[in-house]
Ligand binder design. Structure first.
Ligand code: ATP
Ligand code: MG
Length: 503
């Protein structure tokens, strides 16, 4: 077959005429060095910080260090196949994740890809993971309670919607359980929860999801999971993904609760990533901006004012301490960023006082603004009694023989209060139930109940109250207040209950 020059010319001409596709310019670079999940890339002159990069084999990366003649990127996922000479393309997109209601009930990875085998997440909405936090003018102060359903928290260290409350303590002191209580307690309410697992064992995350499912809490919860086996950059991204999803809920005028479990591991992941990127190490080998890492994350939780929809995002970051050392670098950072901390103490935990909340070292800087009127009334007295008890208890351990009667009464009251504040995990109580038991405690109705019978008294009491005085409970629930009349009815009911229970 012979090809004539004329034919070729006409083919080329036709192709030029038909060429209508828009030109897309893709920035392409070459990997010059790849190790430990970090790649140094030559080229990519127009890439932006935190832009998604496409590596061979559907692997994504994130550009981080933009240097004069190269770009360093972290690889989000498996990195063993990436080698020198590989082609890298920029995508023009800053790292973004899917957001929206389709995520509720799902378990996803930090890039929003499903991990629960329930098929794709059906949402077309996305948001970049790095966002500027809402400014002060668009916020308002915290005034609505976010009920944990845990007596010691709702009573003594109340948390409000839009607040950032740190949960801090050693290993195995009930940090996760306390947050799960808070999530489970939102069942049937208007708060959507986001649980971010950072660097935990995959089995532990699976157990957490199973617990939430058992208690019907996955219907209002989204889980972001990055396991300990995931590369550091994936773990680094997880809390920002969670914050972005929670923020979307907040900006749509609704309420979100986000748990970061935990930020200690997040700081470790960031340290590892930064050292591999050759950023200069500072104190405890963390990069200099580890404070900024957490402050820009937690600042994104806020309570918006009414002009801006009135939504909120409440943050519960968790920090694990070593041997109770609250003054280590990362713990002090996060303490100073948040609006208070709940300190869980290993000694209390082993002594069986659970939740092991240290009432002396825990604070909520929002305070009683985040309590209903009824709760404020009873909890104010309780707080005072607990403070007095702590003081007396220290010297009472040397003997109580020479104490005057009023001091002894305070001591007895404090011991009963300690019993009342115990609560088993995953068993949240409603606000009205809490108000009634605090009322009985502070009004002295429990003074003649032996200390060892308090727990039995309480569990029976809630059943008795539900069956016999549902109107009083209903009134406290709807008005948020405890009237004198309701108080009288509680006194009567308590006396009758003591008779029947023989306590
Ligand atoms: P880690 O440091 O491993 O993350 P953690 O501080 O999150 O631990 P949890 O896992 O919440 O602690 O709880 C540790 C153990 O204590 C669990 O077995 C849990 O069942 C138990 N526990 C937690 N809270 C209570 C409680 N209020 N009453 C009884 N047991 C509890
Ligand atoms: Mg935990």
């Amino acid at each position: 077959m012979t090809i004539r020059g004329q034919d070729i010319a006409s083919v080329i001409k036709r192709q030029i005429e038909e060429f209508g596709g828009e030109l897309t310019l893709v920035d392409v670079g070459t990997v010059v060095e790849a190790a430990d999940g970090v790649a140094r890339i030559h080229g990519l002159s127009d890439v932006r910080s935190m832009e998604l990069l496409q590596f061979p084999g559907d692997t994504l990366g994130m550009a981080l260090n933009l240097e004069e003649d190269s770009v360093s990127a972290v690889i989000l996922g498996g990195f063993s196949h990436i080698k020198e000479g590989d082609e890298v393309r920029s995508t023009g997109r800053i790292v973004e994740v899917p957001v929206g209601d389709a995520l509720v009930g799902r378990v996803v990875d930090p890039l929003g890809r499903p991990l629960d085998g329930k098929g794709p997440v059906n949402t077309s909405e996305t948001r970049p993971v790095e966002q500027i936090a809402p400014n002060v003018v668009s916020r308002k102060s915290v005034d609505t309670p976010l009920q944990f359903g845990v007596k010691i928290v709702d009573g003594l260290i109340p948390v409000g919607r839009g607040q950032r409350e740190l949960i801090i303590g050693d290993r195995n002191t009930g940090k996760t359980s306390l947050c799960l209580d808070a999530i489970i307690n939102q069942k049937g309410g208007d708060v959507t929860c986001v649980y971010v697992a950072i660097g935990q064992k995959a089995s532990k995350v699976a157990a957490t999801v199973a617990t939430l499912e058992q208690h019907g809490a996955m219907d209002h919860t989204i889980v972001i999971s990055s396991a300990a086996s995931d590369p550091a950059p994936v773990q680094y991204l997880a809390p920002y993904t969670g914050a972005t999803i929670a923020e979307h809920i907040m900006y749509s005028g609704r309420d979100a609760l986000i748990v970061y479990d935990d930020l200690t591991k997040h700081a470790w992941a960031y340290r590892q990533m930064s050292l591999l990127l050759r950023r200069p190490p500072g104190r405890e080998a963390y990069p200099g901006d580890v404070f900024y890492l957490h402050s820009r994350l937690l600042e994104r939780s806020a309570r918006m004012n009414d002009e801006n929809g009135g939504g909120s995002s409440t943050a519960l970051p968790i920090i694990e301490t070593q041997a109770g050392d609250l003054s280590a670098y990362v713990p002090t950072n996060v303490i100073s960023i948040t609006d208070g901390q709940i300190y869980l103490q290993p000694e209390l935990f082993t002594a069986g006082i659970r939740p092991a909340l240290d009432t002396g070292l825990s604070v909520s800087r929002v305070g009683s603004a985040a309590q209903t009127k009824g709760m404020k009334g009873v909890a104010g007295r309780l707080r005072l009694e607990m403070a007095q008890f702590r003081e007396i208890a220290t010297f009472a351990q040397f003997g109580t023989d020479d104490l005057d009667s009023s001091t002894r009464a305070q001591l007895e009251r404090g011991r009963r209060a300690t019993e009342v504040l115990k609560q088993v995990e995953l068993n949240p109580l409603s606000m009205e139930q809490q108000v009634t038991i605090f009322y009985l405690l502070t009004s002295g109705a429990l003074d003649d109940v032996a200390q060892e019978n308090i727990l039995a008294f309480e569990s029976g009491w809630h059943e008795y109250a539900a069956a016999n005085i549902p109107d009083v409970l209903g009134e406290i629930a709807s008005s948020g207040d405890l009237s004198d009349e309701a108080g009288k009815k509680l006194d009567e009911a308590a006396a009758a209950y003591k008779q029947t229970a023989g306590l």
